[in-house]
Design a protein around this ligand. Structure first.
Ligand code: VGL
Ligand code: ZN
Length: 204
């Protein structure tokens, strides 16, 4: 069994959002077309409480700064994907009727969660792994935002958990704090045994 996993395709990561990923909206038609090719589609949503540890404002800092919290490096972002707000909603235009289950992450005020499987301290799982195992999924295809953050960490965990893991490169967009961040993420994924596909290979 194969599953398509849609990572964080939310208003705040699209144009007009608090943490807009350049070109984020462009993936939506591609992702909608891809959904037609899968029997099983799951989605993650970044879902932070106000005052979340990943928000620069929580620490009186500027977005892009990196701090250490309880021994863990934390990149600081603008306030984004606050629970029950517009920014946390799925992006308009995203086909959501075919999404079998949604997994929220980042809801612990003190712990960030980039991967769709576990929080960054690996204390809690989101339930995505069991969801996939219960359905005998062996191969996962990942699309969404942002390539070098939540997509990458979800994909690397997918490999570690033993899933044959594909990232559909053109169905993702990245957010660069430093130029080259996306290329480095692609390299890290390749090195981590993630397969990089183009949507063309799946849509024909
Ligand atoms: C993400 C930064 C902060 C993502 C989430 O979904 O890639 N990036 N929180
Ligand atoms: Zn976040």
């Amino acid at each position: 069994m194969q599953a398509l996993i849609l990572v964080d395709i939310q208003n705040d990561f699209c144009s007009g959002g608090a943490l807009a990923v350049p070109g984020g909206d462009e993936i939506i038609p591609v992702v909608n077309a891809l959904q037609q090719k899968f029997k099983l589609v799951a989605a993650t949503r970044d879902w932070h409480p106000p005052g979340h540890v990943s928000f620069a404002s929580t620490h009186g800092r500027k977005p892009g700064e990196v701090i250490t919290v309880n021994g863990v490096e934390q990149v600081l972002w603008p306030d984004h994907c606050v629970q029950h707000t517009w920014g946390a909603e799925f992006a308009p235009g995203l086909e959501t009727t075919g999404i079998a289950r949604e997994f929220t992450k980042g809801s612990d005020p003190h712990i960030d969660s980039y991967s769709g499987f576990f929080d960054n301290q690996r204390l809690r799982s989101t339930g995505l792994e069991n969801f996939l195992r219960d359905r005998k999924v062996e191969k996962i295809y990942i699309a969404g935002l942002a390539t070098n953050v939540c997509v990458m960490y979800t994909a690397l965990d997918g490999v570690l958990l033993g899933f044959d893991t594909v990232v559909i490169e053109d169905a993702c967009r990245g957010v660069e704090l430093e130029p080259g961040d996306v290329d480095r993420a692609l390299e890290r994924m390749r090195a981590g045994k993630v397969r990089l596909y183009s949507s063309r290979e799946l849509l024909k």
